[in-house]
Design a protein around this ligand. Structure first.
Ligand SMILES: Cc1cc2nc3c(=O)[nH]c(=O)nc-3n(C[C@H](O)[C@H](O)[C@H](O)COP(=O)(O)OP(=O)(O)OC[C@H]3O[C@@H](n4cnc5c(N)ncnc54)[C@H](O)[C@@H]3O)c2cc1C
Length: 302
Protein backbone atom coordinates (compact mmCIF):
# COMPACT_ATOMS: atom_id res chain seq x y z
CA UNK A 1 0.00 0.00 0.00
CA UNK A 2 1.40 3.39 -0.98
CA UNK A 3 0.99 5.78 1.93
CA UNK A 4 3.06 8.62 0.49
CA UNK A 5 1.54 12.05 -0.03
CA UNK A 6 0.82 13.17 -3.59
CA UNK A 7 2.27 16.31 -5.17
CA UNK A 8 -0.61 18.58 -4.15
CA UNK A 9 -0.61 17.31 -0.58
CA UNK A 10 3.16 17.87 -0.31
CA UNK A 11 2.73 21.37 -1.70
CA UNK A 12 -0.01 22.14 0.85
CA UNK A 13 2.19 20.81 3.66
CA UNK A 14 5.12 22.97 2.58
CA UNK A 15 3.06 26.12 2.06
CA UNK A 16 1.15 25.90 5.36
CA UNK A 17 4.25 24.91 7.31
CA UNK A 18 6.09 27.93 5.92
CA UNK A 19 3.18 30.24 6.72
CA UNK A 20 2.85 28.83 10.24
CA UNK A 21 6.56 29.23 10.98
CA UNK A 22 7.07 32.59 9.31
CA UNK A 23 3.84 34.44 10.05
CA UNK A 24 1.97 32.69 12.85
CA UNK A 25 4.61 31.47 15.28
CA UNK A 26 5.51 34.91 16.60
CA UNK A 27 1.82 35.46 17.47
CA UNK A 28 1.02 32.11 19.08
CA UNK A 29 2.30 32.88 22.59
CA UNK A 30 1.08 36.48 22.51
CA UNK A 31 -2.46 35.38 21.62
CA UNK A 32 -2.54 32.82 24.40
CA UNK A 33 -0.92 34.99 27.05
CA UNK A 34 -3.05 38.02 26.31
CA UNK A 35 -6.30 36.23 25.29
CA UNK A 36 -6.24 38.10 22.00
CA UNK A 37 -7.89 37.14 18.73
CA UNK A 38 -5.85 36.88 15.55
CA UNK A 39 -4.96 40.27 14.08
CA UNK A 40 -7.20 41.13 11.13
CA UNK A 41 -4.27 41.25 8.68
CA UNK A 42 -3.31 37.68 9.61
CA UNK A 43 -6.91 36.55 9.07
CA UNK A 44 -6.73 38.16 5.62
CA UNK A 45 -3.37 36.55 4.89
CA UNK A 46 -4.85 33.17 5.83
CA UNK A 47 -7.64 33.90 3.37
CA UNK A 48 -5.10 34.51 0.63
CA UNK A 49 -3.64 31.03 1.16
CA UNK A 50 -7.16 29.54 1.28
CA UNK A 51 -7.16 28.44 4.91
CA UNK A 52 -10.75 29.62 5.37
CA UNK A 53 -12.02 27.64 2.40
CA UNK A 54 -9.75 24.61 2.30
CA UNK A 55 -12.26 22.23 0.72
CA UNK A 56 -14.78 24.73 -0.62
CA UNK A 57 -15.21 24.73 -4.41
CA UNK A 58 -13.13 27.14 -6.43
CA UNK A 59 -16.22 29.02 -7.68
CA UNK A 60 -16.97 29.91 -4.03
CA UNK A 61 -13.42 31.13 -3.54
CA UNK A 62 -12.13 27.92 -1.94
CA UNK A 63 -9.17 25.68 -2.73
CA UNK A 64 -11.23 22.50 -3.38
CA UNK A 65 -8.59 20.35 -1.70
CA UNK A 66 -9.06 16.76 -0.58
CA UNK A 67 -9.56 15.57 3.01
CA UNK A 68 -5.91 14.55 3.44
CA UNK A 69 -4.77 18.05 2.47
CA UNK A 70 -7.33 19.39 4.93
CA UNK A 71 -5.89 17.26 7.75
CA UNK A 72 -2.35 18.30 6.78
CA UNK A 73 -3.28 22.00 6.88
CA UNK A 74 -4.88 21.69 10.33
CA UNK A 75 -1.93 19.70 11.68
CA UNK A 76 0.59 22.27 10.43
CA UNK A 77 -1.34 25.23 11.86
CA UNK A 78 -1.97 23.48 15.20
CA UNK A 79 1.71 22.60 15.49
CA UNK A 80 2.30 26.30 15.96
CA UNK A 81 -1.00 27.46 17.47
CA UNK A 82 -3.67 25.06 18.74
CA UNK A 83 -6.06 27.99 19.14
CA UNK A 84 -5.74 29.08 15.53
CA UNK A 85 -6.00 25.43 14.43
CA UNK A 86 -9.27 25.17 16.37
CA UNK A 87 -10.68 28.29 14.73
CA UNK A 88 -9.72 27.15 11.23
CA UNK A 89 -11.07 23.63 11.60
CA UNK A 90 -14.39 24.67 13.15
CA UNK A 91 -14.92 27.39 10.54
CA UNK A 92 -14.22 24.98 7.67
CA UNK A 93 -15.71 21.72 8.86
CA UNK A 94 -18.79 22.59 10.90
CA UNK A 95 -19.82 25.93 9.43
CA UNK A 96 -18.78 26.22 5.79
CA UNK A 97 -18.95 22.49 4.95
CA UNK A 98 -22.55 21.94 6.16
CA UNK A 99 -23.57 25.21 4.49
CA UNK A 100 -22.20 23.89 1.19
CA UNK A 101 -23.68 20.41 1.70
CA UNK A 102 -27.15 21.30 2.97
CA UNK A 103 -27.58 24.95 2.02
CA UNK A 104 -29.92 26.16 -0.70
CA UNK A 105 -28.28 27.78 -3.75
CA UNK A 106 -29.48 31.12 -2.37
CA UNK A 107 -27.89 30.50 1.06
CA UNK A 108 -24.63 29.41 -0.57
CA UNK A 109 -24.68 32.50 -2.77
CA UNK A 110 -25.26 34.72 0.28
CA UNK A 111 -22.67 33.25 2.66
CA UNK A 112 -20.10 30.93 1.05
CA UNK A 113 -17.77 33.44 -0.61
CA UNK A 114 -17.48 35.61 2.51
CA UNK A 115 -16.74 32.54 4.63
CA UNK A 116 -14.32 30.88 2.20
CA UNK A 117 -12.27 34.08 1.96
CA UNK A 118 -12.23 34.74 5.72
CA UNK A 119 -14.04 38.06 5.25
CA UNK A 120 -16.45 36.53 7.74
CA UNK A 121 -15.51 33.90 10.31
CA UNK A 122 -18.03 31.16 10.99
CA UNK A 123 -19.06 29.00 13.92
CA UNK A 124 -21.39 26.19 14.84
CA UNK A 125 -23.28 26.01 18.07
CA UNK A 126 -25.20 23.15 19.60
CA UNK A 127 -23.71 22.91 23.11
CA UNK A 128 -25.54 24.54 26.03
CA UNK A 129 -24.70 24.57 29.74
CA UNK A 130 -26.92 21.50 30.36
CA UNK A 131 -26.51 19.91 26.89
CA UNK A 132 -23.01 18.59 26.15
CA UNK A 133 -22.69 15.00 24.92
CA UNK A 134 -26.50 14.78 25.12
CA UNK A 135 -26.86 17.32 22.33
CA UNK A 136 -30.55 16.53 21.74
CA UNK A 137 -31.39 17.99 25.16
CA UNK A 138 -30.87 21.60 24.03
CA UNK A 139 -33.32 24.21 25.33
CA UNK A 140 -32.75 27.04 22.88
CA UNK A 141 -36.10 27.56 21.19
CA UNK A 142 -37.20 28.86 17.81
CA UNK A 143 -40.80 30.08 17.88
CA UNK A 144 -42.62 30.80 14.58
CA UNK A 145 -43.13 34.52 13.95
CA UNK A 146 -44.62 35.44 10.58
CA UNK A 147 -42.19 34.36 7.87
CA UNK A 148 -39.47 33.71 10.40
CA UNK A 149 -38.62 32.46 13.86
CA UNK A 150 -37.69 34.08 17.15
CA UNK A 151 -34.66 32.34 18.66
CA UNK A 152 -34.12 32.51 22.43
CA UNK A 153 -31.60 30.70 24.58
CA UNK A 154 -28.01 30.34 25.67
CA UNK A 155 -25.13 28.52 24.00
CA UNK A 156 -21.83 27.49 25.58
CA UNK A 157 -18.28 26.79 24.39
CA UNK A 158 -18.75 28.37 20.99
CA UNK A 159 -15.50 28.26 19.04
CA UNK A 160 -15.00 31.59 17.21
CA UNK A 161 -17.85 32.94 19.37
CA UNK A 162 -16.12 36.26 20.03
CA UNK A 163 -14.84 36.86 16.50
CA UNK A 164 -17.27 35.01 14.24
CA UNK A 165 -20.04 36.69 12.32
CA UNK A 166 -22.04 33.78 10.91
CA UNK A 167 -23.18 30.89 13.09
CA UNK A 168 -25.08 27.68 12.48
CA UNK A 169 -27.32 27.57 15.54
CA UNK A 170 -29.26 24.52 16.72
CA UNK A 171 -32.65 25.41 18.22
CA UNK A 172 -35.71 23.37 18.95
CA UNK A 173 -38.89 24.16 17.05
CA UNK A 174 -40.80 21.34 18.76
CA UNK A 175 -39.43 20.13 22.13
CA UNK A 176 -41.87 17.16 22.17
CA UNK A 177 -40.12 15.68 19.14
CA UNK A 178 -36.69 15.84 20.85
CA UNK A 179 -33.95 15.31 18.21
CA UNK A 180 -36.42 15.49 15.31
CA UNK A 181 -37.69 18.83 16.60
CA UNK A 182 -34.27 20.48 16.22
CA UNK A 183 -33.55 22.78 13.28
CA UNK A 184 -30.34 24.54 12.25
CA UNK A 185 -30.53 28.27 11.58
CA UNK A 186 -27.98 30.50 9.90
CA UNK A 187 -27.70 33.37 12.36
CA UNK A 188 -25.69 36.55 11.89
CA UNK A 189 -24.08 38.34 14.79
CA UNK A 190 -25.52 41.62 13.53
CA UNK A 191 -29.11 40.39 14.11
CA UNK A 192 -30.77 42.28 17.00
CA UNK A 193 -30.87 40.26 20.24
CA UNK A 194 -27.62 38.40 19.53
CA UNK A 195 -25.08 38.87 22.32
CA UNK A 196 -21.64 37.44 23.03
CA UNK A 197 -21.31 36.35 26.67
CA UNK A 198 -18.29 35.30 28.70
CA UNK A 199 -15.11 34.48 26.78
CA UNK A 200 -13.74 31.20 28.15
CA UNK A 201 -10.30 31.04 29.73
CA UNK A 202 -8.97 27.79 28.24
CA UNK A 203 -5.33 26.78 28.47
CA UNK A 204 -3.74 26.96 25.03
CA UNK A 205 -7.02 28.06 23.42
CA UNK A 206 -7.08 31.67 24.58
CA UNK A 207 -6.20 32.86 21.08
CA UNK A 208 -9.64 31.66 20.04
CA UNK A 209 -12.51 33.59 21.54
CA UNK A 210 -14.44 30.46 22.61
CA UNK A 211 -17.50 32.01 24.24
CA UNK A 212 -21.05 31.85 25.44
CA UNK A 213 -23.69 33.23 23.11
CA UNK A 214 -27.07 34.62 24.14
CA UNK A 215 -30.11 34.91 21.92
CA UNK A 216 -32.94 37.13 23.06
CA UNK A 217 -35.81 36.78 20.57
CA UNK A 218 -33.40 36.99 17.64
CA UNK A 219 -35.56 37.20 14.53
CA UNK A 220 -34.30 34.89 11.81
CA UNK A 221 -36.11 34.55 8.46
CA UNK A 222 -37.36 31.11 7.41
CA UNK A 223 -35.04 31.20 4.42
CA UNK A 224 -32.16 30.91 6.93
CA UNK A 225 -33.10 27.37 7.99
CA UNK A 226 -30.36 25.01 6.81
CA UNK A 227 -31.81 21.96 5.07
CA UNK A 228 -35.21 20.65 6.15
CA UNK A 229 -36.25 21.90 9.61
CA UNK A 230 -36.72 18.36 10.96
CA UNK A 231 -33.21 17.35 9.81
CA UNK A 232 -31.31 19.77 12.05
CA UNK A 233 -30.02 17.15 14.44
CA UNK A 234 -28.95 14.83 11.62
CA UNK A 235 -27.16 17.73 9.93
CA UNK A 236 -25.35 18.53 13.20
CA UNK A 237 -24.23 14.94 13.69
CA UNK A 238 -23.05 14.69 10.08
CA UNK A 239 -21.16 17.97 10.42
CA UNK A 240 -19.51 16.70 13.59
CA UNK A 241 -18.35 13.54 11.77
CA UNK A 242 -16.12 15.71 9.57
CA UNK A 243 -15.41 17.99 12.50
CA UNK A 244 -13.87 15.13 14.43
CA UNK A 245 -11.22 14.61 11.73
CA UNK A 246 -10.22 18.25 12.07
CA UNK A 247 -10.11 18.06 15.88
CA UNK A 248 -8.00 14.89 15.62
CA UNK A 249 -5.62 16.67 13.20
CA UNK A 250 -5.47 19.56 15.68
CA UNK A 251 -4.52 17.13 18.48
CA UNK A 252 -1.90 15.60 16.19
CA UNK A 253 -0.38 19.03 15.55
CA UNK A 254 -0.26 19.73 19.30
CA UNK A 255 1.36 16.32 19.86
CA UNK A 256 3.92 16.94 17.10
CA UNK A 257 4.89 20.26 18.68
CA UNK A 258 5.31 18.57 22.07
CA UNK A 259 7.37 15.77 20.53
CA UNK A 260 9.62 18.19 18.62
CA UNK A 261 10.22 20.32 21.72
CA UNK A 262 11.04 17.20 23.76
CA UNK A 263 13.35 15.77 21.09
CA UNK A 264 15.15 19.10 20.70
CA UNK A 265 15.66 19.43 24.45
CA UNK A 266 16.84 15.82 24.72
CA UNK A 267 19.53 16.49 22.12
CA UNK A 268 20.65 19.79 23.71
CA UNK A 269 20.57 19.02 27.42
CA UNK A 270 23.67 17.18 28.60
CA UNK A 271 24.10 15.15 31.80
CA UNK A 272 26.86 12.69 32.71
CA UNK A 273 28.78 14.07 29.71
CA UNK A 274 26.15 13.15 27.08
CA UNK A 275 22.90 14.54 25.64
CA UNK A 276 20.08 13.07 27.74
CA UNK A 277 18.47 11.74 24.53
CA UNK A 278 21.30 9.20 24.24
CA UNK A 279 20.13 7.51 27.46
CA UNK A 280 17.78 4.64 26.68
CA UNK A 281 15.18 5.67 29.27
CA UNK A 282 14.70 9.01 27.49
CA UNK A 283 15.10 7.66 23.94
CA UNK A 284 12.40 5.03 24.51
CA UNK A 285 9.96 7.74 25.60
CA UNK A 286 10.67 9.77 22.46
CA UNK A 287 10.29 6.68 20.27
CA UNK A 288 6.95 5.90 21.88
CA UNK A 289 5.74 9.46 21.36
CA UNK A 290 6.70 9.34 17.68
CA UNK A 291 5.10 5.91 17.20
CA UNK A 292 1.84 7.12 18.74
CA UNK A 293 1.87 10.23 16.56
CA UNK A 294 2.51 8.25 13.36
CA UNK A 295 -0.30 5.85 14.24
CA UNK A 296 -2.63 8.78 14.94
CA UNK A 297 -1.74 10.39 11.61
CA UNK A 298 -2.51 7.22 9.66
CA UNK A 299 -5.80 6.81 11.51
CA UNK A 300 -6.75 10.40 10.64
CA UNK A 301 -5.82 9.96 6.97
CA UNK A 302 -7.86 6.76 6.75
C1 LIG B 1 -12.18 23.93 23.09
C2 LIG B 1 -13.63 23.59 22.92
C3 LIG B 1 -14.32 24.09 21.83
C4 LIG B 1 -15.67 23.77 21.66
N1 LIG B 1 -16.34 24.30 20.59
C5 LIG B 1 -17.65 24.03 20.42
C6 LIG B 1 -18.38 24.62 19.35
O1 LIG B 1 -17.83 25.36 18.52
N2 LIG B 1 -19.70 24.35 19.24
C7 LIG B 1 -20.35 23.54 20.12
O2 LIG B 1 -21.55 23.33 19.96
N3 LIG B 1 -19.68 22.96 21.15
C8 LIG B 1 -18.35 23.19 21.33
N4 LIG B 1 -17.67 22.63 22.37
C9 LIG B 1 -18.39 21.81 23.32
C10 LIG B 1 -18.15 20.34 23.13
O3 LIG B 1 -18.77 19.90 21.98
C11 LIG B 1 -18.64 19.69 24.41
O4 LIG B 1 -17.63 19.90 25.35
C12 LIG B 1 -18.95 18.25 24.23
O5 LIG B 1 -20.16 18.13 23.55
C13 LIG B 1 -19.01 17.51 25.55
O6 LIG B 1 -19.89 18.13 26.42
P1 LIG B 1 -19.48 18.50 27.92
O7 LIG B 1 -18.15 19.18 27.89
O8 LIG B 1 -20.63 19.22 28.52
O9 LIG B 1 -19.26 17.11 28.64
P2 LIG B 1 -20.36 16.15 29.28
O10 LIG B 1 -21.38 15.77 28.25
O11 LIG B 1 -20.86 16.72 30.55
O12 LIG B 1 -19.48 14.87 29.59
C14 LIG B 1 -18.61 14.81 30.72
C15 LIG B 1 -17.89 13.47 30.68
O13 LIG B 1 -18.85 12.40 30.75
C16 LIG B 1 -18.67 11.50 29.66
N5 LIG B 1 -19.97 11.01 29.20
C17 LIG B 1 -21.07 11.73 28.86
N6 LIG B 1 -22.06 10.92 28.48
C18 LIG B 1 -21.60 9.66 28.58
C19 LIG B 1 -22.16 8.36 28.32
N7 LIG B 1 -23.41 8.21 27.86
N8 LIG B 1 -21.38 7.28 28.54
C20 LIG B 1 -20.11 7.41 28.99
N9 LIG B 1 -19.52 8.60 29.25
C21 LIG B 1 -20.25 9.71 29.04
C22 LIG B 1 -17.99 12.34 28.57
O14 LIG B 1 -17.24 11.54 27.67
C23 LIG B 1 -17.09 13.26 29.39
O15 LIG B 1 -15.89 12.59 29.72
C24 LIG B 1 -16.32 22.92 22.58
C25 LIG B 1 -15.61 22.40 23.66
C26 LIG B 1 -14.29 22.72 23.84
C27 LIG B 1 -13.56 22.14 25.01
Amino acid sequence: MDLSLNKTQLMVQKAIRTFAREALEEWANVLDRESRPLPRELVAEMGRINLWGIQAPVHCGGAALDSISYAIAIEEISRVSAAVGLGVTVHNSVCLAPLLTFGSPEQIERYAADLASGRKIGGFTVTEPQAGSDAASIRTTAVPDGDGYLISGQKAFVTNGGTGEVFLVAATIDPRKKARGIAIFIVEKSMPGFEVGKIEDMMGMRGNMVSELYFDRVRVPKRNILGRPEDGFKISMQALDTGRIGIAAQALGIGMAAYEAAARYASERRQFGSPIGTFQGVAFKLAEMKTGLDAARLLIYR
